[in-house]
Design a binder for this molecule. Structure first.
Ligand SMILES: [Zn+2]
Length: 345
């Protein structure tokens, strides 16, 4: 028997659909699919996600993802089960008679001995903000990502969101406001990268980091990959490598090389560290440092200079020659695998 609350929630099905999905311009009751990106690949692409408003279900004819209201919420917000999705939806649609707390945020890990006790004053928890940005992806986020060759599904996995009216937190109290549309890339719970999505923009403000990064590195799960992981500088380089099936972690900035070395030494990766930093002076310095630390701590590493081919960076490679990029990276990983197999003989 379905609860009364659930029945009330289901009445909001159309609202919910239209707030999280983007309608297909050509076909009635069809939407762009946030999971496979159908309908987001330009003027001739058709959204394949069909919504049955009578049955309150949805089904993507392209990738096969399907379900009801709770399934959609669960998948979009990466919640572990329907119960959590139910809570999340109640918070949106039944906030008054429902004091169910938002998904509890785990307590931050204990501060290491020797650092300042407790979080710094400007440590802000952005989790709720990330969740609301995540729901806004259809308002321009996926479009921007598509223009840079990054699949929607990949971005969803990183919890990337969109804020159509982003303002720098430090500016919020001032009388003159300055809003820009931004892709919001979470960097842990306490920091994010806000990437301007407009075509013309002042370069020095196009990428803004907000909050306390602490020892978080975008894509850091890759370090635990038992076979290999690339180390690159930018978040989009990292995403571009993931897009062709290569695990990668981003420094975010070359200035964070010391922090990264600490992290690496602490994590003791089992896979090969593939150092693919930029080819400028700062990048070369960081490469030397990282390589020397790897040697010192017995971490297997390799310098990879050709990850961008003749292009500026991996993202440009992905955008201009996606097939070649993919082929090249897969060949590289295959050779690495083969080398590892030979070593084991
Ligand atoms: Zn789909």
């Amino acid at each position: 028997m379905k609860s009364q609350k659930f029945q009330v929630l289901l009445e909001h099905f159309p609202d919910y659909i239209n707030s999280v999905l983007q309608k297909d311009a050509k076909t009635k009751n069809f939407y762009q699919c946030p999971f496979c990106g159908s309908g987001t690949h330009g003027a001739h692409s058709t959204g394949a996600l069909a919504v049955d408003f009578a049955k309150r279900t949805w089904y993507c004819h392209s990738c096969g993802e399907n379900g009801g209201m709770l399934d959609l919420c669960m998948k979009l917000e990466h919640l572990p089960n329907r119960k959590e999705a139910f809570k999340s939806l109640c918070n949106i649609y039944l906030p008054d008679d429902n004091k169910i707390p938002i998904r509890p945020v785990p307590a931050p890990p204990d501060q290491p001995v020797g650092t300042t006790a407790g979080p710094a004053e400007d440590t802000v928890d952005y989790v709720d903000y990330f969740r609301s940005c995540f729901r806004n992806m259809n308002k321009g986020g996926y479009q921007y990502l598509a223009s840079r060759g990054i699949p929607a599904r990949l971005a969803d996995g990183f919890g990337i969101g969109f804020d159509p009216r982003w303002e720098h937190p430090k500016n919020a109290s001032k009388s003159k406001h300055y809003y820009t549309p931004r892709l919001i890339i979470p960097l842990g719970k306490h920091a994010y990268l806000a990437r301007d999505t407009r075509k013309k923009q002042k370069k020095q403000f196009s990428k803004m980091k907000c909050g306390q990064l602490q020892d978080y590195f975008f894509g850091q799960k890759a370090i635990e990959n038992s076979f290999c992981f690339f180390v690159v500088e930018g978040e989009f380089d990292c995403l571009s490598l993931y897009a062709v099936g290569a695990p990668a972690v981003a420094l975010g900035s070359i200035a964070r090389i010391n922090r990264f070395v600490e992290k690496l030494v602490k994590t003791k990766p089992k896979g090969t560290c593939l150092i693919a930093l930029d080819n400028d002076e700062a990048g070369k310095d960081a490469t030397r440092k990282l390589a020397s630390e790897c040697r010192k701590h017995g971490i297997r590493y390799r310098l990879v200079s050709s990850v961008s081919g003749s292009y500026k960076d991996p993202n440009e490679y992905l955008m201009k020659a996606p097939d070649e990029f993919k082929q090249k990276m897969q060949q590289f990983l295959y050779n690495l695998h083969k080398g590892a197999a030979v070593r084991r003989l």
